[in-house]
Design a protein around this ligand. Structure first.
Ligand code: SAM
Length: 291
C-alpha cells in the first residue's frame, strides 16, 4: 500500500507537491484498488488505457491483470516519478499528455501497430478521474466514438448519480442523457473520502459504463440531438417550446412547434420530463430552418 508518508517522501525526492488544480487525490487503500480490478473483469488479452496514473497505485495492479497498459499523465513531475516507480513493469507505457486532447484510437493504434484502435480491437479505459474534468473527459471519450468497450472510473458520487439518473429527478440532465445514449451506466460501489490522500471534500463512486455496440436509437443528426438536449436543459425551468425558440439553434418557433407535435410531445413540458427516446424523436422531427 502507498501510505501518505510514502507519497510525501516520493514527492520530496522528486521535488514536487500535490497539485489540487489537477485533481491530485491519490488512492491509499489497497482493498478499494483490488475491488476495482476485480469488478473490471480484466483478462490477459486486454489493453487498458489509464487516465491520470498519478503515483501508479492503480496502474501497477491493472498491469498485473492485463496484457498492456497505456497510462496518460499530464503532470511532468509525476510522469518522471512514475517512470522510476514502475520501472520493472514491462507491459506499462507511460505517456506525458493531456487526456482531453488525446485521440485515444490513434494513440493505441500507433503504440500497438494497429492491433488495437479504430480499425483494430477494442480496448478498455480505467481511471481515478480528476474531479475538475470528469464531465469533459467522459464527453470527449463518448462523442468521439473511440473504440472503447468499457469504461471503469472512479468519480465524484454526486456525478455518478447524475450518470444513472432518470427523468423527473433532480440529478437528471444533459450528462445523464449523453452517457445513457452511448453506454449502459452502472454504479458499482461507493467510496468514502477517507481512502484518498490528500482527502477530498466529497465522497466518490466507481462506475462502469458499458459502451453500446449498437446505438440505443438511430438518429440522423447526433449533433442536433445533443444541441437540443443542451439548450433545453440550459433553460430547464422554461417550457420546451420557449427553450427551443430562445436557444442558439436558430430554429423558428413554428418549426419547433411542428417538430414537437410530430414527435407527440406537449410543447408545455419541460426538458427534465423527457425520456431519451422522446429527445431522439424530437431531433428526428425538428427541421433546422436555415432559410
Ligand atoms: N490514479 C492515481 C490514483 O488513483 O492514486 C491518481 C488519481 S488523481 C485523482 C488524478 C490524476 O490525473 C493525477 O495524477 C493528475 O495529475 C492527472 N490528471 C489531471 N488532469 C489530467 C489530464 N487532463 N490528462 C491526464 N492526466 C490528468
Amino acid at each position: 500500500m502507498i501510505s501518505p508518508a510514502a507519497i510525501q517522501s516520493i514527492m520530496k525526492k522528486h521535488n514536487i507537491s500535490c497539485r489540487k488544480s489537477l485533481g491530485q487525490n491519490f488512492l491509499i487503500d489497497n482493498n478499494i484498488i483490488r475491488k476495482i480490478i476485480e469488478l473490471a473483469e480484466l483478462t490477459k488479452s486486454d489493453l487498458v488505457v489509464e487516465i491520470g496514473p498519478g503515483l501508479g497505485s492503480l496502474t501497477r495492479e491493472i498491469a498485473h491483470s492485463v496484457g498492456k497498459v497505456m497510462a496518460i499523465e499530464i503532470d511532468r513531475g509525476l510522469f518522471k516519478a512514475l517512470n522510476e516507480l514502475l520501472a520493472g513493469l514491462e507491459n506499462v507505457n507511460i505517456i506525458l499528455g493531456d487526456a482531453l486532447k488525446t485521440d485515444f484510437d490513434r494513440l493505441v493504434e500507433e503504440k500497438t501497430g494497429g492491433e488495437y484502435g479504430r480499425t483494430g480491437k477494442a480496448y478498455k479505459l480505467m481511471a481515478n478521474l480528476p474531479y475538475y474534468i470528469t464531465s469533459p473527459i467522459l464527453m470527449h471519450l463518448l462523442h468521439n466514438h473511440f473504440n472503447i468497450s468499457v469504461i471503469v472510473v472512479m468519480i465524484q458520487l454526486e456525478v455518478a448519480e447524475r450518470l444513472v439518473a432518470t427523468p423527473g429527478t433532480k440529478a437528471y440532465g444533459a450528462l445523464s442523457l449523453a452517457v445513457q445514449y452511448f453506454t449502459k451506466p452502472e454504479i458499482l460501489f461507493r467510496v468514502p473520502r477517507t481512502v484518498f490522500y490528500p482527502r477530498p471534500g466529497v465522497d466518490s463512486a466507481v462506475v462502469r459504463l458499458l459502451v453500446r455496440k449498437e446505438p440505443v436509437a438511430i438518429v440522423q443528426d447526433e449533433d442536433l440531438l445533443f444541441n437540443i438536449i443542451r439548450s433545453t436543459f440550459g433553460m430547464r425551468r422554461k417550457t420546451l417550446l420557449n427553450a427551443l425558440t430562445r436557444s442558439s439553434l436558430g430554429i423558428e418557433r413554428e418549426t419547433c412547434l411542428i417538430g414537437l407535435k410530430r414527435a407527440g410531445i406537449d410543447p408545455g413540458r419541460r426538458a427534465e420530463t423527457l425520456t431519451l427516446g422522446e429527445f431522439v424523436s424530437l431531433a428526428e422531427n425538428i427541421v433546422k430552418d436555415n432559410s
